[in-house]
Ligand binder design. Structure first.
Ligand SMILES: Nc1ncnc2c1ncn2[C@@H]1O[C@H](COP(=O)(O)OP(=O)(O)O)[C@@H](O)[C@H]1O
Ligand SMILES: [Mg+2]
Length: 124
């Protein structure tokens, strides 16, 4: 998760300010993205065009597809071990930085705390 920069709890509004992570969405790094990207505008994919091949993008990040999948598993395990359920666990909510072997999960708007294994399974 990005670093927490600010929390403001008013009577009926809760505002959470998070660190801006300068990373690429995992959505554009895994196969099947071209169809998704054609349906989205280029802003949402941070400048990687629809002609882009996932292998080339992965190479640019110096990461193999299998490694990326392992990193996703590690981050999800770290979150679930603390009983946090993400609630919207898609590749568009996972960010990877060039040359870094860690992944950041974002978009915790639907997240909640649960001890139930079933809730973790649904997250997956
Ligand atoms: N902390 C952050 N650092 C960098 N980019 C972010 C951050 N939070 C969100 N974004 C960007 O904004 C997009 C939308 O934010 P997100 O929190 O996923 O909201 P939603 O998917 O509900 O619209 C993300 O896909 C990502 O590109
Ligand atoms: Mg999102």
């Amino acid at each position: 998760m990005p670093g927490i920069r600010m929390v403001d709890v008013a009577e009926d509004v809760f505002v959470l300010g998070l660190e801006w992570v300068n990373r690429k969405s995992v959505q554009v790094l895994l196969p099947g993205v071209s169809e998704v990207m054609e349906a989205q505008d280029s802003d949402a994919t941070d400048g990687v065009g629809p002609d882009c091949c996932e292998d080339a993008v992965l190479a640019e990040f110096s990461v193999e597809q299998d490694d990326l999948l392992s990193m996703i598993g590690v981050e999800i395990a770290k979150m679930h071990i603390t009983d946090i359920i993400h609630g919207d666990l898609t590749t568009s909510n996972m960010m990877l930085c060039r040359g870094e072997k860690d992944l950041v999960l974002i978009d915790f708007g639907l997240a909640y705390y649960s001890l139930l294994v079933e809730d973790k399974v649904v997250d997956l």
